[in-house]
Design a protein around this ligand. Sequence first.
Ligand code: KG4
Ligand code: ZN
Length: 338
Amino acid sequence: MSASIILGIESSCDDTSAAIISGSKILSNIAANQAIHNEYGGVVPELASRAHQQNIIPVVEKAFSKANIQQNDICAIGFTRGPGLLGSLLVGTSFAKSLAMSLDVPLIEVNHLQAHILAHFIDDANPTPPTFPFLCLTVSGGHTMIVLVKDYFDMEIIGKTIDDAAGEAFDKIGKIFDLDYPAGPIIDKLAKEGNPDAFQFNKPRMENYDYSFSGIKTSVLYFIQKEVRKNPDFIKENLNNLCASVQRSIIEILMNKLEKASVDLNIKEVAIAGGVSANSVLRKAMEINQEKLGWNIFIPKFEYTTDNAAMIAIVAKLKYERGEFTDIRTTATAKYDL
Ligand code: KG4
Ligand code: ZN
């Protein structure tokens, strides 16, 4: 039997992406980012939906041409049904439904959060895929959670943030430093030239495996306001040290709970996923624990960390094999539990 060829579509936030997968192998993974949000310091939902409308056809066409695949060669279409911004999701959902109808192929809905985690099962994501059960720290702009992955579609959230997500903390603190959106990658870059121990910020005291990131944001804000009153150039003069110190704090908070979960549950298969898993210090911390704690670690390739359609396509492929198809009357959903 030849491998299944599936089109995956992602449009949950501000990236329009399309990918073609053959078996577990990604043939193309195209994304159009929306620079329009940079000047607003965050994603403007209405503008995101409009940009998806403009981007979706060229992105899908490019995915087909890069993969050298004809539309009639695909056997299913996977799309992000949620969670995300409803207006953004509607564009991808409507497009996927229309194309599935016109090509007469089945439609497969995908949960965006499951997709971040299951991206580890893409052919070239890891030398060997994780074995069940494994822990996955899922960290993005909208979510921060420790997930116990018992099977492909049997996941339990054992800890999560009660307020801001880790990516949101990076982005909001970056805004205090007057950095562009999204600030996460910029902080990561500036921190390379800074001293991570230069400044100390409040750490949350949370029960179990839960997180909180609003306290560190407030702590940074008050500290900056105080220092800027004394020296208006404080941020500019200390930017690298500020970024390095903030980054160290956020990553320490993330790793402490992940380490606790690994010890308590006696699970040494540990993965990271989502946009923040691109962070260099988080990646380094995982590598250190591989040595120190004997973890078997799974760190996604950069192209599978931030929102992308390759991760949607692998979930669609796994569901296709299980015969799990979605009714054409399905609708997008902003909230969608794991
Ligand atoms: O998964 P993603 O692309 O979108 C959501 O589903 O939210 O994650 C985007 C988030 C943003 O908050 C961005 O600042 C953060 O991931 N991010 C990073 C890095 N690269 C992206 N945060 C820290 N360090 C990075 N290198
Ligand atoms: Zn995401």
